[in-house]
Design a protein around this ligand. Sequence first.
Ligand code: F6R
Length: 365
Amino acid sequence: EKEGYQHFMIKEINEQPKGVSETLMRRLDKEDNIVLDGIKLTKEDLEHINKIYIVACGTAYHAGLVGRYAIEKLARIPVEVDVASEFRYRDPFVDENTLFIAVSQSGETLDTLAALREAKRKGARILSIVNVVGSSVARESHDVFYTWAGPEIAVASTKAYTTQLIAMYLIALHMAKTADSISNEEYKKVIQELKTLPEKVKGILGDIDKIQHLGDAQFSNESVFFMGRGLDVNVAHEGSLKLKEISYINSFAIAAGELKHGTIALIEKGTLVMALATQDHLYDKMLSNIQEVRARGAYVVAVAKEGNKEVEKTADVVLYIPNTMDELTPVLSIIPLQLFAYFIAVARGCDVDKPKNLAKSVTVE
Ligand code: F6R
């Protein structure tokens, strides 16, 4: 059951080193080749694919956003990511040369299933990333990648998300290798780095005092902004969803570059801003964005890579994650945000595992 933890959510947050490791290591052979036994995409199949749609809901959709980045960067195939409830109604360009990737923890989300059926009807090849073995989404797909998160009980998805990210990276690498769009050296480098992630996640989970303290703190303001650039925007969206769904605090996420196009009007003294600054090539730009909100009185909690101390000069609090390649940071940077949402919700006395109005599996439209 909860094995001594107060809630399933915190138990599942702590199971992430294991889930990430299992999802990864079960797909690598002794020579670090990726073995995807549920995926039969050949080199010829891939040559025909000129477009990929990733379709999912909620947290799984956020994993899809990271997936787009990984696939476009490594495999050089254009990717669109859609919320499943929207996909069917916009007459998407799907044909026999389309690869449709469904992402779903439960494999029973009705919107995702309906989108999958529509894409299949139009001739697309269907690959799904699913946690529950034998679920509807898995059964109706041509190819399946099972995540090894184990059963997820808490309504707020945590370990399913990080394992979905690993699935995305492996699929992207597999496609890149099959299509010869990655050098052997680069391939090895990414695999080696992926292998270090479980220990790094464990490191973050072993040092939570600062985050716990933040969760207990009372902020003068009832809304929280998450912002970032590049891959960090996607993590900002997931962090914001975690916070609102379990703590009922109004929160949203934006690309930091969009601040001055409207949202900055809402920043006032005491506004809490969660600023993700993990992308090396965008680091200086993020520091300016942090300064912009700080100048208007915001209280800034930054998430940054270890060693990037510059941010301490502009942010009020910095939560550090271990160093890794920019492409892989989402697996690490989401951890402090999950914990942050959890501790705030607990401090507010919320029913963390069963937030009001939400169901674990959404089987209605
Ligand atoms: C958020 C959450 C939901 C699910 C969404 C999709 O924490 O759990 O947003 O991610 O309902 O569910 P699955 O992945 O089962 O299709």
